[in-house]
Design a protein around this ligand. Structure first.
Ligand code: ADP
Length: 266
């Protein structure tokens, strides 16, 4: 709370009185604080790959270039780090569009079952490679729903890629869709992977929040996947929640309201 005193003077009579203003500044300060933290995070996330790239380029300059095998390795590290920065900047741009409500949701009638099959197909190579089994269960009542297909695909891709990243080889992923109420579609993606410690659960949707930064980075994660998913789901008027048990697995569930017309929302 901020307390401001203003003294009022009237001509020739000196002080006429004092006005005290009580102002709640906690929200403002919290916003400032989270903005500062965000900028610090972005800078750090960009600086890390840049520092790596710089040191590998210097090593190449200092002679590694002569050793073809070593040079090849160094170039590939540099490329990976560059790709990581591109991913990060793409994610940041998308978040900023969602924040400023420019990510106009263009809605189209979509067959939920087909959409979920296609997500699994997009990841089939990784799933096969790691021998992770996927099951898809869609209750018939789910049918079709109006949604922004590209954006919801991104939500599904982010959740699916997390499920794969944080699940050991030969794990299992279950994708389900149901209609708990006539006006609500509910989709969940559950894995039997490493899970998330209780103490981290409340912060998991925050930008750049990661249980294990090193692990997430080495898996190619930007720490923005869940934040983006949440913004997209919110823009659709839905909600997203995550349940997890350390060592047992994680389940992310999101809801979307059934809408009847295909007009742009937001
Ligand atoms: P990242 O790019 O690091 O995966 P996300 O925003 O998608 O960023 O997720 C944030 C963090 O939440 C991850 O770093 C990871 O620690 C945790 N997490 C997300 N999904 C899962 C999951 N399915 N299993 C275990 N941990 C998860």
């Amino acid at each position: 709370v901020r307390l401001t005193f203003t003294t009022i003077y009237s001509k020739g009579k000196g002080s006429a009185g004092t006005i005290a203003v009580l102002q709640d500044v906690t929200d403002q300060e919290k916003l400032e604080e989270s903005r500062r933290e965000f900028v610090a995070n972005v800078s750090h996330e960009l600086r890390t790959p840049l520092t790596t790239i710089k040191s590998y380029l210097e090593a190449l300059e200092d002679g590694a270039l002569e050793d073809r095998q070593l040079a090849g390795k160094f170039v590939s590290v540099t490329r990976n780090e560059t790709e990581r920065m591109i991913r990060l900047v793409t994610d940041l741009l998308q978040l900023s569009r969602l924040d400023s409500r420019q990510a106009i949701i263009s809605k189209q009638l979509t067959d939920v079952s087909e959409m979920l099959e296609e997500v699994a197909d997009r990841f089939s190579f990784q799933l096969d490679q790691r021998s992770i089994a996927v099951s898809i269960e869609v209750v018939p009542a789910v049918g079709e729903i109006v949604l922004d297909r590209d954006r919801i695909d991104q939500v599904l891709d982010n959740l699916m890629s997390n499920a794969i990243k944080y699940t050991a080889d030969e794990g299992r992923i279950a994708i389900e869709a149901r209609r708990p109420e006539p006006q609500l579609l509910e989709i969940s993606i559950q894995d039997n992977g490493m899970g998330i410690p209780k103490k981290d659960l409340s912060r998991i949707f925050e930008r750049f929040y990661r249980v294990d930064k090193a692990r997430s980075r080495s898996m190619g994660g930007t720490g923005l996947g869940l934040s983006i998913a949440r913004e997209i789901v919110r823009a659709h008027g839905g909600t997203i929640t995550l349940e997890s048990e350390l060592g047992q697995g994680t389940k992310v569930t999101f809801t979307l309201p059934y809408t009847t017309n295909e007009e742009a929302v937001v």
